[in-house]
Design a protein around this ligand. Structure first.
Ligand code: CS2
Length: 467
């Protein structure tokens, strides 16, 4: 079996890889990044060779090990009415931060590196419940003790920026691509806070000179499975250790603050706007909020994938009602976004029969995702005096999911898994468990937890769920 590599490529890429230079360092080379941002840069390289990518994982060597022997190349499979396969060549260097410290630091401090992007998921930001850097986070404590040997992505950004300042170089632009509201501002605050503990002058330099634009990213990307590997082999005749699949739809909206000397991302379909927060909010609350609802409620109703959950008429109707009646009123639509049409388009994307997007994948990290996806909407609805009956349903379903997983001895994929297991083990799986969950401050801000309307809605929602 022939392995995908530069020498086995059946057709040449649309650009000369050997002539590219690394302009981007990306932290978190998971499936989403390879499905989304890397594809945009792959398009950009056709006209501008300065934007090849060095992809860095913090600890895991899985991506490096899979892709290094195929020259960083991988197959991107777009699943829609027609299926499209393309080879992405934008990643020309693969590093593991914990193993390649000096190379990564040098790459961050290289004059050609102008952009550093991140997909490290919500938990990678090491933020507390208030959205500020969690100074008690074990990785942050370590970065405070040994700043030149960072372990967190925040520590790496500070180290990279410190080296650039020492070398008389301008800062790189830091671009968060995670599903967090105001992701760029949160990242800037976290970086400046950590830098201030190291050197106040460095923090001042970052605050004054570095850019941290916010961005909204979107493309549904189910995890790679053996069926995808087999399909790629069948269609290309080449073995690819880690192909990626995603829907055809892809969207990237970036705050128009990339500064001078930025990649011309608009030329490859990226929207640059002054109103990115409104786009982020609409996407996080409608798409991701509906996703998490389909995940926790859908799993309870015996479904495995998003399209199966959408084929359940009662669940599909519930999700639509939640989007139109509970979430949409909390959104100020940005110019160019027709919210009802957006909801219809999202529901159609969820029904995409070409995609098997596992609900269990979306159910990961609920403690991190739910406050952003549902909790914030619920708080707005309370403030406006509207009912929170429907919005309580995904939260109650998550609580029951935690209890059931714990009882079944299934490990929860969640940074709070230990705390959740402590709640799940003695739970009665009855509405009387609600107060114990509400006491989780990392998930439920005290004001929300103390509001009796919330507890009542959660108890009612719990009783209304199946089983
Ligand atoms: C999903 C997202 O896994 C999840 O939690 O809701 O990954 C979702 O598919 C993307 O944000 C779509 O852009």
């Amino acid at each position: 079996m022939t392995r995908l590599s530069e020498s086995s490529l059946p057709a040449p890429l649309a650009y000369d890889r050997a002539a590219t230079t690394v302009g981007v360092v990306h932290f978190g080379p998971g499936a989403f990044f390879r499905a989304h941002q890397a594809a945009y840069f792959d398009d950009l390289l056709v006209t501008d060779p300065r934007w090849a990518i060095c992809a860095a994982a913090l600890k895991s060597s899985g991506v490096r090990d899979a892709l290094a022997s195929q020259d960083g190349l991988y197959t991107l499979v777009e699943l829609g009415e027609t299926t499209r396969l393309r080879t992405i060549g934008a990643i020309v260097e693969l590093l593991v931060a914990a193993e390649d410290r000096e190379r990564l630091a040098a790459r961050l401090a290289h004059p050609d590196t102008r952009l550093v992007s991140l997909t490290v998921t919500e938990k990678g930001y090491c933020l507390g419940a208030d959205g500020a850097l969690d100074a008690a986070h074990p990785d942050i404590l370590q970065d405070l003790a040994t700043p030149s040997r960072p372990v967190s992505v925040i520590g790496w950004l500070v180290e990279g920026l410190a080296r650039r300042r020492a070398a008389g170089l301008p800062p790189f632009v830091t671009l968060s691509c995670d599903n967090l509201p105001a992701n760029g501002r949160k990242l800037r605050d976290a970086v400046v806070t950590l830098a201030a503990a190291r050197d106040p002058a460095l923090a001042d330099w970052i605050a004054a000179q570095a850019r941290f634009p916010c961005s909204m990213v979107d493309s549904i990307t189910p995890a790679t499975d053996d069926a995808l590997r087999a399909r790629v082999l069948a269609e290309t005749g080449l073995e690819d250790a880690w192909p990626i699949q995603r829907e055809t739809f892809t969207q990237w909206v970036i705050e128009d603050d990339l500064g001078p000397d930025a990649p011309d991302l608009a030329s490859v379909g990226v929207s640059l706007t002054d109103d990115v927060e409104a786009w982020e909010r609409a996407k996080l609350r409608l798409l991701n909020g509906a996703h998490s609802t389909l995940a926790y409620v859908g799993l309870m109703r015996g479904h495995e994938t998003v399209s199966q959950a959408m084929a359940d008429p009662a669940l599909a109707a519930f999700v639509r009602a939640m989007m139109t009646q509970d979430i949409a009123p909390t959104l100020a639509a940005p110019a160019g976004l027709d919210v009802p049409a957006y909801i219809d388009a999202l529901l159609a994307r969820f029904r995409n029969p070409a995609i098997a997007h596992r609900l269990s994948q979306i159910a990961w990290d609920g403690s991190q995702k739910l406050p952003i996806r549902i909790g914030a909407t619920l708080a707005d609805a309370l403030a406006a005096g509207r009912s929170v009956a429907r919005l309580a349903v995904p939260l109650a379903a998550w609580m029951r999911f935690v209890i059931r997983q714990t009882r079944a001895g299934e490990a929860l994929v969640d940074p709070l898994s230990a705390d959740l297991a402590v709640l799940g083990e003695p739970a009665a799986d009855s509405p009387d468990d609600v107060p114990a969950f509400l006491a989780l401050e990392r998930v439920f801000p005290p004001a929300l937890a103390a509001d009796l309307r919330v507890e009542t809605a959660l108890r009612d929602a719990w009783s209304g769920l199946p089983g």
